[in-house]
Write a protein that binds this ligand. Structure first.
Ligand code: USQ
Length: 384
């Protein structure tokens, strides 16, 4: 299979490139390196120093004997995207090339507008490029469980659901209620993808993924192959942040009551799930939704697990609840359906409890580097 990964330099993009290349697929990627710049903008950096794109490709060749083509460029530049697709004729295009931070999108008007323009234009460019070059290309799009918010119903794994509105039954799109400008852009992506799928018969997998955690995948066999790892208030996600806080002796920043519940997945299992979805595409012209997570936990439960794991590794860890800088339900029902991935043979190989220890162990050698960016950890971005 030939796969084009939009966003190849990111937390998920790079390990997916390694995984697919190692499995014998031809891998081409595009990235505008924006997360590197944006993490600098908030006074932070990846916990693991990142090689330049050309060095990443060389290290992949050296350690895994794979050839990856990496273009530095912007997917919001339509002609550039079109050129790459025409040149490489991929069977599948993976779309990760979006601004993926909720806090970044909530900083102010400029950051909200940037997020909307980047995310919507990249998705529309992809849709039009696929239609113009080859409408049979499978689009695998990274969405988010956060499109739905935290409704009081079991989140289905379909695009449509039957509903009775004012006494009359109809098929409606599963209701969505996002909790940040970033999350709303993912809702709009789904709306566009569905609309153009129905108009032009595009083949789409829309993945609804929960927060990802972890440092390891099977292909990361050398420090030079590591994927970026963020832990600051803007780019870090909760599990990864708590592990760094445990190392630096910062009380774990549980926002509000800590009953916020999400479906988590390890980096390794995310790679496994993505590979299954890529290697088992939907039928031509089908729109497939996949809820991608492995275990459901509340933020409070995660903090307790990180505290326990940290203490077992000799760290002294406190939990320090903070007023919630976000506006979100802090106690709620959460029960998303998950059938598509298990039907393809997916079962999670990792669990949060064990992976927390691995994350801490992998980060401990970088403690001095983490100290340098300590000031970027406590939350400053407020939703209100
Ligand atoms: N949280 C804390 N303390 C922290 C950081 C986060 O209590 O120090 C809480 C948040 O308030 C939230 C939950 O943990 O309730 C998850 O926050 P997060 O920062 O780990 O994740 P989120 O902002 O939701 O976004 C991340 C990724 C995003 C992806 C999403 C999946 O950045 O790209 O779409 O996870 S989901 O959460 O299912 O929407």
């Amino acid at each position: 299979m030939k796969v084009l990964i939009l966003g190849i330099d990111g937390y998920l993009g790079w390990p997916l490139a390694l995984r697919l290349a190692k499995r014998g697929h031809e891998v081409v990627g595009i990235d505008n390196l924006s997360t590197r710049r944006f993490s600098e903008e908030v006074g932070s950096d990846s916990a693991f120093p990142l090689p330049k794109p050309e060095d990443r490709v060389k290290e992949a060749k050296k350690h895994l004997d794979v050839d990856i083509t990496f273009y530095v460029g912007d997917v919001t530049d339509y002609n550039f995207l079109l050129d790459v697709i025409r040149r490489h004729k991929p069977d599948t295009i993976v779309h990760f090339a979006e601004q993926r931070s909720a806090p970044y999108s909530m900083k102010d008007r400029d950051h909200a507008v940037y997020t909307v323009i980047n995310n919507e234009v990249s998705t529309l460019n992809l849709i039009y490029a696929v239609k113009n070059v080859d409408p049979s290309i499978h689009i695998l799009k990274m969405g988010t469980m956060g499109e739905y918010g935290t409704p009081n119903f079991d989140i289905p794994e379909n695009i449509y659901v039957e509903a009775i509105v004012n006494g009359k039954k109809d098929k409606i799109i599963v209701p969505r209620k996002a909790g940040s400008v970033y999350h709303w852009t993912k809702v709009h992506d789904t709306d566009f993808l569905l609309y153009f799928h129905e108009l032009w018969g595009l083949t789409v997998t829309d993945i609804m993924q929960g927060p990802v955690y972890g440092t390891r995948t099977e292909e990361i066999v050398d420090e030079s192959l590591r994927t970026r790892f963020d832990f600051d208030e803007t780019w870090g996600t909760v599990v990864n942040r708590f592990c760094v806080q445990a190392i630096l002796g910062i009380p774990l920043t549980v926002y509000g009551k800590g009953g916020q519940t999400r479906g988590f997945i390890s980096l390794e299992d995310s790679m496994e799930a993505l590979t299954l979805l890529l290697e088992h595409p939907p039928n031509q012209g089908e729109y497939r939704v996949a809820n991608q997570f492995a275990e459901i936990y509340s933020v409070k439960q995660i903090a307790e697990m990180v505290k326990k794991a940290g203490e077992e590794l000799g760290l002294s860890v406190e939990i320090g609840p903070l007023p919630n800088p976000r506006v979100e339900a802090e106690e709620h029902y959460y029960n998303p359906e998950r059938k598509v991935l298990p039907s393809l043979g997916f079962y999670p190989k990792k669990n949060l409890r064990d992976e927390i220890k691995n994350i801490i162990k992998d980060l401990l050698p970088y403690k001095e580097r983490l100290e340098r960016f300590k000031h970027a950890i406590l939350p400053k971005t407020k939703w209100k």
